[in-house]
Design a protein around this ligand. Sequence first.
Ligand code: 0O2
Length: 210
Amino acid sequence: MKHWDQFLAPYKQAVDELKIKLKGMRGQFDLNSNHSPIEFVTGRVKPIASILDKANQKGIPLDKLDTEMQDIAGLRMMCQFVDDIELVVELLRKRNDFEIVEERNYISHKKASGYRSYHVVIRYPVQMISGEKKILVEIQIRTLAMNFWATIEHSLNYKYKGQFPDDILLRLQRAAEAAFRLDEEMSLIRGEIQEAQAFFTRKKELKQDG
Ligand code: 0O2
């Protein structure tokens, strides 16, 4: 167990640091504009049992986890609108506190399961007392609708171990289409939504000032 704690320490450090940094991006948008492309940010270190399961499934030797498993440290950035995702990815590309090693666009190329999301894998330097360690971190950027579907599908996947009964599979596919349409509909009335949100923000600020 001590060995796992040692191995996971830089991943934990990276998730904690990146949560602050990426939430900071949202804070800056709140200060400077009416609309933030980032709704909220979450992060986690993959549980040991999931690391072992994935290593087993993908045939990754345990001594190669640091180079071959890209999502031991994972961050998620949720956006209101599909168009916000590209903007967030652009902002990540411009940062100089990490290096992007891979991008996977599961929005233009959705997975067979119906999964949609944009994945950016970065190499992030963590300052440990033993020196600098560069580790891989996966950032998933998705809309609230994509996140809703993925969260539900992930729980069901866990329950059925990937072997969904036909009726559940059909419902999940329909739900994926519904989430896609929801994103499309929201994009069409984006202007109206943002106007209303700006109005409520101003009202809240006036209340706080006075
Ligand atoms: P967890 O519990 O989220 O940590 P692979 O696992 O082979 O599909 P790979 O090479 O690891 O792919 O990279 P990929 O697909 O870019 O990223 C894997 C992660 O993306 C998954 O992590 C999920 O978080 C998410 N993901 C990918 N496909 C699906 C899907 O069909 N449904 C859902 N709900 N999420 C998906 P883990 O390790 O599966 O799990």
